[in-house]
Design a protein around this ligand. Sequence first.
Ligand SMILES: [Mg+2]
Length: 358
Amino acid sequence: MSRDASAGETATVAGAADAADAVGDSGGSELVRAYDVALLDLDGVVYTGARAVPYAVDVLTEARRRGMALAYVTNNAARTPEAVAEHLVELGVPAKPEDVVTSAQAAARVVAERVPEGASVLVVGGEGLEVALRERGLRPVRSADDEPAAVVQGYAADVDWRQLAEASYAVMRGVPWVASNADLTIPTERGIAPGNGALVGVVRAATGTEPVVAGKPELPLHRETILRTGAKRPLVVGDRLDTDIEGACNGGVDSLLVLTGVTTPDAALAAAPGQRPTFVAEDLRALLAEPVTARREGDAWVCGGWTVRVADGALTVEGSGERIDGLRAACAAAWSVDSTGSTGSAVDTSGVAAALGW
Ligand SMILES: [Mg+2]
């Protein structure tokens, strides 16, 4: 048990140790100094719909001032980088079009690697995809009769049966099929709506074929971002475990989970292996601070005033203090057991977040 737990400790605190190493003796070890580029998710991290997330404007402005490069990485393939940057600037967030990396750009690169230069590519989706294809020297077309050498599919609000049918005709001929992303849902002001993954599912059902997926958590978008930013020590910052954080794990880079979006403290505690962040924070202010992670003490995990133990497949919580520190200790405890498979089943984390004051 203790040996298994130590293995978990190593995995959990490795990012913090690396972060401290990277700073050398030149000053503090804030995340902005330890990592050269923040790969920021947008929805739930920088903005929520039409509004900036609390602290985002001030923190990102200050992070840039302190020398951290910012890249905005989005699975949304409908909008162009120009349109995304314009929206960010309207909110007061520092951004230029070249700071934005979209799944459309990643999808276009994947397509370009599979077809001859200048080839026609059938587009299901919006302007973001068309612009990204042209950037790669490819020719967007809208009909399967135009002999496309590939199909690229992304979300747009006006995707209809006709477009999905054109995709099916082309896919059935055996040309490469690339999806910008596979998100099943998108949040709208009126509720949950079908995302690109659901529309991809229509073509999949009709053709019995699987697309190559470019967006998070798959690697092409991460690779696109590294290529465009030249990041040496990137830090992925996201609000979703199954896209942002899993994407970081797939890319082998550190990640910061912020709780300003879709992930609840309960969901963080129950994170599956491969979806566990290096750091957990309430919001983006963590970028300007030294990283805080739980430490192992005997059979317990300790952070701030909190002590968390694993007993009989459940967590016991003692102490008081900042609730985010309690969550960090509880996550480290829960993940240490599950990640080593020593119990054969996930730790029961129900009620833990409430006990910590969430
Ligand atoms: Mg998000």
